[in-house]
Design a protein around this ligand. Structure first.
Ligand code: GLC
Length: 417
């Protein structure tokens, strides 16, 4: 009797081992490429996805912190036809480049059979992922440039960029601050986002609807002149030209700077007393205006499927979950990111965590998109280099505008050859 029980137990044990291992084997692994995340939102989304789709296991490969480096890593891998990433997050400026180069899969055939309805999404973002009549990914979160300012120092936020300089001079040094203002001025994509806000707010343009370079105009000259005036006004950190989002946010959270230009997602950190010394004394509002009004650059991220993924259905199941209502809700509450799935702006839990979202909903409707072009990265690089030179004082505004016009036209001609 004892012997037969032990045989049965051994069999049960062997069977359960077999069952567990075959279950593990059956799981399809989805490899994703996504940046570091200090908020924990991405892990929560992955956990929720794996619970909803038990047949999948997600393998998160962390992208480098710099998005320009992440872009180049992705391009190298995708151009070589590799399939190490099934899915990857995608900056709103990449779809034209990636679809033209054949790096990503059109998602229209999946969308036709899905519950996701693109009419529920912000149309500006749907357009950003549409190129030559097809959708090349799904929009995830939105971004628009905003002003964070200290309410204990500033009663009325500055209405114009010149007012901002005066306000910054008046408050810097008070309540432990050292600086009046910080912006993203390092030589990278973030500088272009900041510059485009100045350019639009002074009525300038960079590219027209047909893709022609229009950058040689008075609005651009006025915008760059104002940016230079700001960095020369004695209100920004001495090492301002190394500042990206993180440096600006840390300076604000530490109470070192009275105002910063940042994205809405920083709110979740700024309001958290464990991460910020100013959690109860700041507000968010629109950026100051130039001669043509206030403007904000449209940023944001979405998800794409690698064209060479061996498992496009699994990849679709993941990207449609992360960008669908469940994934976007977690991202809005935990990371404070703006939904592009518009019904979420009525969600009470989201609004309780992000009281400023009611204003943001309208802001993403009027934000200025960056030029849509398969060679956007090359055009942006030309702006990064020449605008950096203006801010560093090694090039005049007129020379920088002439150089950008020349280089951008050469790059376009080269592409169109
Ligand atoms: C944010 C925006 C992105 C932009 C970047 C610039 O991540 O969402 O679109 O390119 O900032 O630093």
């Amino acid at each position: 009797m004892k012997r037969s029980i032990s045989i049965i137990l051994a069999l049960v044990f062997a069977f359960s081992l077999f069952a567990v291992s075959s279950l593990a084997e059956e799981k399809t692994v989805i490899n994703l490429f996504y940046g570091t995340d200090s908020t924990g939102a991405m892990q929560k989304i992955i956990d929720a996805f794996e619970a909803a789709y038990p047949q999948y296991k997600v393998n998160w490969i962390e992208a480098p912190a710099s998005q320009d480096t992440a872009h180049d890593m992705l391009v190298t891998s995708l151009a070589a036809g590799e399939s190490i990433y099934d899915v990857f997050s995608c900056n709103v400026i990449w779809p034209a480049e990636f679809s033209q180069a054949g790096y990503c899969l059109a998602v229209d055939r999946f969308l036709d059979e899905s519950d996701l309805d693109m009419d529920d999404f912000s149309q500006g973002y749907v357009n950003a992922y549409t190129f030559q009549g097809k959708m090349w990914g799904l929009p995830w979160y939105g971004n628009v440039g905003v002003l964070y300012y200290r309410t204990d120092l500033i009663e009325t936020p500055p209405a114009t960029w010149d007012d901002m300089i005066e306000t910054a001079k008046a408050v810097k040094g008070k309540e432990g601050t050292t600086y009046g203002y910080a912006l993203q001025a390092a030589q990278y994509e973030g500088l272009v986002c900041n510059a485009l806000e100045f350019i639009a707010s002074y009525g300038g343009t960079v590219v027209d609807g047909e893709g022609n370079i229009t950058i040689n105009n008075d609005g651009v000259r006025a915008a760059l002149t104002e940016m230079k005036k700001i960095v020369d006004a004695g209100i920004v950190p001495e090492n301002f030209s190394s500042f990206m989002e993180n440096e600006c946010q840390m300076a604000f959270s530490n109470g070192d700077v009275a105002m910063i230009r940042a994205w809405p997602g920083y709110f979740a950190t700024a309001v958290n007393p464990e991460a910020s010394k100013v959690s109860d004394k700041f507000a968010v509002t629109m950026l100051p205006a130039g001669s043509a009004g206030s403007a904000a650059t449209l940023g944001g991220w979405g998800w794409m499927i690698n064209k060479n993924s061996a498992q496009p259905q699994a990849a679709w199941d993941f990207i449609s979950y992360v960008t669908g209502p469940e994934g976007q809700k977690i991202n809005a509450i935990v990371a404070g990111q703006l939904p592009t799935y518009m019904p979420l702006y009525e969600d009470e839990e989201i609004l309780a965590a992000n009281p400023h979202f009611s204003y943001m909903k309208d802001a993403i409707g009027v934000a200025v998109a960056r030029p849509v072009s398969p060679i956007y990265t090359a055009l942006s690089e030309s702006m990064q280099i020449n605008i950096s030179a203006v801010l560093a004082g090694t090039m005049s505004v007129d020379d920088a505008v002439a150089a950008m016009e020349k280089e951008m036209n050469e790059k376009l001609a080269e592409y169109n050859k």
